[in-house]
Write a protein that binds this ligand. Structure first.
Ligand code: ZN
Length: 141
């Protein structure tokens, strides 16, 4: 099985998808046959930026493999969500560099890696709110 990433000169790594020559439907992962019309589809490097379509928090360790236990062991909850790319494709990705209380729908993100489950991170980490919302202070985390 081929990896989910392909090297794209200049812009860096990008997810590999496919686009139908007949109806232009684009999918990820790449599929030689169009799921919409059945026509032949061509490999295409997908956009490396998108926006969060929806998200949730993974609070228990997924089955391993494919889940890779972090170095040092243990499990930490992480954010996972669908990232919508300009092609209209929604990619399931682990969202790095952001806490659950910082998440919001339509957050701009950059696809950073994708060997196995794609990963993404906020496009502008400096724009993230670093203070917890008042309603969560003193609450159970
Ligand atoms: Zn098609």
């Amino acid at each position: 099985m081929e990896g989910a990433l392909t090297a794209v000169p200049v812009t860096g790594p990008a997810l590999r998808g496919s686009r139908c020559a007949a109806c232009a439907v684009t999918v990820h992962p790449a599929d030689p046959g169009c799921p919409s019309c059945g026509g032949p589809a061509e490999p295409v490097a997908l956009s490396t930026t998108g926006t969060v379509w929806t998200w949730t928090v993974q609070r228990y360790a997924p089955k391993s493999p494919p889940y890779v236990v972090p170095e040092g062991g243990g499990f930490r909850p992480f954010v996972v969500g669908y990232v919508e790319l300009p092609e209209g494709v929604r990619i399931l990705a682990v969202l790095d560099g952001v806490r659950p209380d910082e998440m919001r729908i339509d957050m701009p993100v950059v696809i950073t890696a994708g060997d196995g489950v794609p990963r993404a991170r906020p496009a502008d980490p400096d724009s993230l709110p670093r203070a917890r919302p008042a309603r969560q202070e003193g609450g159970v985390s």
